[in-house]
Design a protein around this ligand. Structure first.
Ligand code: SAM
Length: 302
């Protein structure tokens, strides 16, 4: 699944001068002691302690000084530090008030703004033009794992036009699911949503030992480039995603049963629509492509 060729490890080896004080264990410990800061597990606080990783994440996000960067969860600021050196402007949204005095000290850059907020409460259509004007924007983040799916869905479904790409570190299994082609064992409802809104790929894996505290899971970095035009045409996108969610919600059942059991559409109607599309009446959601879901939604809307 993971294309190991995408990350050029030999290049990393040739870059011995990557330094990032905010990835050093001593710096982190000293900051924690002085600010009496304790990691909050509930907020998914696992901070990077290998300077090569934020460097590589920012390098793979494909932005330059003409771009704005939106970071979700700066922690003590190690990824923000790299973003500040590459992007034109950086907005980092942090929920934990206890990190604010630390961030005020660790990021002495003119082009960085820290916003104390829950990312899920923000209106991106208001925030992005206010912060970045009409510049293209990339989301770049080491996401808190307890809330990965809601954050990714919010970014995909509510993306203002200027949001061009999302490069995020997530749990490895989630990375595989986000990037799984429809119809494969790893795919889920979210894989189809990602495919509809973006072109995803896994960039590289990150072993647990690169974080403090060390998480129990492996991680990976995923890049999703938002599409200008969806890959399939559908008159009723809401209905298409509702069929996808219901179908995958009971993925061992046939689509007719999984959707029909919800009571909104008669099973016979779903079966007839599948037949019109020359699909077997007993097909399961995980066997269907995005184009087939789109066609089914349109037929059922008639
Ligand atoms: N960027 C840092 C790094 O790479 O070392 C920290 C990443 S840590 C995995 C996730 C960060 O997200 C934490 O700083 C946590 O406090 C913050 N966070 C958690 N939930 C959040 C939310 N809903 N909105 C904004 N920040 C959040």
């Amino acid at each position: 699944m993971i294309d190991e060729r995408i990350i050029d490890y030999s290049l990393l080896e040739q870059e011995p001068h990557i330094t990032n004080p905010l990835c050093e264990r001593e710096t982190i410990n000293e900051l924690r002691r002085r600010h009496v800061f304790a990691f909050n597990k509930g907020l998914g606080q696992n901070f990077l302690v290998n300077a090569r990783i934020p460097w590589q994440i920012v390098r793979s996000a494909g932005l330059d000084e003409n771009w704005g960067a939106l970071e979700i969860g700066p922690g003590i600021g190690c990824l923000t530090y790299e973003l500040a050196r590459r992007a034109g402007r950086v907005l980092a949204v942090e929920i934990d008030q206890n990190l604010l005095p630390i961030l005020a000290e660790t990021l002495p850059f003119d082009n960085v703004e820290i916003l104390h907020a829950d990312f899920m409460d923000l209106d991106l259509h208001d925030l992005l033009p206010r912060c970045f004007g009409d510049a293209p924007v990339a989301v770049v983040a080491n996401l808190p794992y307890y809330i990965t799916t809601p954050i990714v869905m919010r970014l995909l479904e509510n993306a203002p036009k200027q949001l061009r790409s999302i490069t995020v570190m997530v749990q490895l299994e989630v990375a595989e699911r986000l990037c799984a082609p429809p119809g494969t064992a790893d795919s889920g409802a979210i894989s189809l949503a990602v495919q509809y809104y973006a072109q995803p790929r896994i960039l590289f894996k990150v072993p647990a030992a690169n974080f403090v505290p060390m998480p129990k899971v492996e991680s990976a970095v995923v890049r999703m480039d938002l599409r200008d035009v969806p890959p399939v045409q559908c008159r009723d996108v809401k209905r298409m995603f509702s069929l996808i969610r219901q179908g995958y919600g009971q993925r061992r059942k046939t689509l007719v049963n999984a959707v029909g059991n919800q009571g909104d559409i008669a099973k016979s109607r779903i079966g007839d629509a599948l037949e019109t599309l020359r699909l077997p009446r007993d097909i399961r959601a995980e066997r269907m492509t995005l184009a087939q879901f789109a066609a089914l939604a349109d037929l059922l809307a008639e």
